[in-house]
Ligand binder design. Structure first.
Ligand code: C2E
Ligand code: CA
Ligand code: CA
Length: 513
């Protein structure tokens, strides 16, 4: 726009210069006398009137074009202003008014014009914890107020053009002061930890912080925010209210993680993660009554990545819904050819208990594959439920209303097992493998195991024992009254369910002997 504006100025200057030059030339050449003589000579043609008319017309044309130029310049100004607003909106967060991640990247890469910025600085990556709880329990407006207050507190520590809101509960603060970053990070944490009083409610928010310095910790400035975030993830694992400084070992971790993220995305896109099936055996009859689908990711090199690694990563990357839908679709199609009434147990992760559309998604898959709802059983862990109990309650209720059965997985490894049993309508509890393996050697564990079995039975729930690796364990669990067993002794997870219908019972009985 500035280009157009200067072009109009140039046009006006050229016009005036040309006008003055012609006028000067006319004076020099005595044009007036020459014209007068010419008009007198050809008076019959009324040339003088014509000349005056042309002059007046020209003068009016000049006034008109000047007015047009002024209008155009105003239009240029309006457009420049609108474009500046759009640019600002693209680079700033509307809730806090702070610069966003795009601006952070531009800032770290260097000023516009392509010159690299080599100025030393420290990046502090901050992740607020408990914001979701504030949103859910106290309302979105209080959640927004927490973010705005945090933004203004951080802006008091550093100029606001160096405080970046990356969205949600994430901030990055850049500081040109590279001395004592540990002291500075303490100041940031203290500022965030002060209670926030809004609408009469006092909210205390926790955070985790990671920091990295350029050039001492990392030699490329654009990678500084990534390094600080990597340190923040490490802090978050031990959090809340933990601070971690970036180390070179973390750099290797970051690279590994980035590689893993890329391959996981590719694997999910290529539907390369498949369900394997592990039998669930009726301990009284020895019949296989169902199978648990366990996700298996075989990399192109032929090795398997364990689900305990890629499921949490898929959750973090927001890919869990896609991954689960494709696994469930495949599992339901496979299970449709199993002997009648054989159940399919399917694991649901913590993040999915926040997805209020989960029930609808599952019903859609059942509808698409024709797999009967009563043969599906979803396994949820108690630690997943307590992460966001309100949302989990909503999702579980909607699943139960749809006729889907729910099993409480890894029972005994969480903190609130008994209260979970009272709150939710579980059909099954799956006793964690750690109880099974230790019960043989510890009388106390054995007593607890007995207690769990009788409690579950009294509540009308089916009891499943996981991780049975030995015949002695299986006999003991059968004597204790466990209904169903699962473990390597009874069958390992496999890609296919082999054998004709009816062979299920024989297979399991054969194992028992
Ligand atoms: P889980 O649901 O408790 O699954 C049982 C795990 O124990 C499986 O590990 C299974 O292979 C293993 N296992 C079974 N019997 C034995 C045994 O006798 N001895 C021993 N040592 N292990 C046994 P896996 O497949 O590595 O899965 C680990 C966890 O990953 C699962 O624990 C589940 O929480 C999660 N997971 C697996 N597949 C999925 C999935 O499709 N979606 C979700 N959300 N989570 C999944
Ligand atoms: Ca399970
Ligand atoms: Ca389990």
């Amino acid at each position: 726009m500035a280009y157009f504006r200067s072009r109009y100025h140039v046009a006006i200057v050229v016009w005036w210069t040309a006008f003055l030059a012609i006028a000067g030339l006319a004076v020099l050449l005595n044009a007036h006398e020459t014209l007068d003589a010419f008009f007198l000579q050809y008076d019959a043609y009324q040339l003088d009137e014509l000349f005056v008319a042309l002059n007046v017309g020209g003068a009016l044309g000049l006034v008109y074009s000047l007015l047009r130029v002024r209008d155009l310049l105003e239009e240029v100004d309006r457009r420049s202003e609108a474009e500046a607003k759009v640019d600002r909106a693209k680079l700033h967060d509307c809730l806090t008014g702070l610069p966003n991640r795009q601006m952070l990247n531009l800032h770290l890469a260097g000023p516009s014009g392509g010159q690299a910025n080599n100025e030393a600085c420290v990046a502090y990556s901050i992740d607020l914890t408990g914001l979701k709880k504030v949103n859910d329990e106290l309302g979105q407006s209080l959640g927004d107020a927490v973010i705005q207050t945090t933004a203004s507190r951080l802006s008091q520590l550093e100029p606001s053009d160096l405080v970046f809101h990356l969205g949600g509960d994430r901030f990055i603060v850049l500081s040109k002061n590279i001395a004592a970053p540990d002291f500075h990070s303490d100041k940031i944490m203290q500022a965030i930890g002060q209670p926030i009083v809004e609408y009469g409610a006092s909210i205390e928010i926790a955070a985790n912080l990671g920091y990295a310095a350029y050039p001492c910790d990392i030699d490329n400035r654009p990678g500084l925010s990534r390094a600080a975030e990597c340190a923040m993830y490490v802090a978050k694992k031990d959090g809340p209210n933990v601070t971690a400084a970036f180390t070179s070992a973390m750099a290797a971790l970051t690279r590994k993680r980035e590689k893993m993220e890329a391959s996981l995305k590719a694997a999910i896109n290529a539907d390369a993660i498949l369900p394997y099936y592990q039998p669930l055996v009726d301990l009284k009859t020895g019949a296989i009554v169902g199978y648990e689908a366990l996700a298996r990711w075989k990399t192109p090199s032929g090795s398997f990545v364990p689900p305990s690694e890629f499921i949490p990563l898929a959750e973090e990357l927001g890919l869990i819904t896609r991954l689960t839908s494709s696994l469930l679709l495949r599992a339901c199609r496979d299970a449709a050819s199993w002997p009648a009434e054989t159940t399919l147990a399917f694991n649901i992760s913590a993040a999915q208990l926040n997805d209020r559309q989960l029930g609808l998604r599952i019903l859609k898959i059942l509808d698409e594959t024709g797999f009967p709802v009563h043969r599906l059983e979803l396994e949820v862990t108690e630690s997943a439920i307590i992460q966001d109990a309100e949302s989990a309650h909503f999702v579980l209720d909607s699943l139960v209303r749809s006729g889907i059965r729910i099993a409480l997985d890894d029972f005994g490894t969480g903190y609130s097992s008994l209260s979970q049993l009272a709150q939710y309508p579980f059909d099954k509890i799956k006793i964690d493998r750690s109880f099974i393996s230790s019960s043989e050697h510890s009388e106390k564990q054995n007593q607890i195991l007995q207690g769990i079995v009788s409690l579950g039975s009294r509540l009308g729930m089916t009891i499943v024992a996981e991780g049975i690796e030995r015949e002695s364990e299986m006999r003991k669990l059968t004597e204790l009254g466990c209904d169903i067993g699962q473990g390597y002794f009874l069958g390992r997870p496999a890609a296919n369910i082999t054998g004709p219908p009816g062979s299920h019972m024989m297979q399991a009985q054969h194992r028992r002997l």
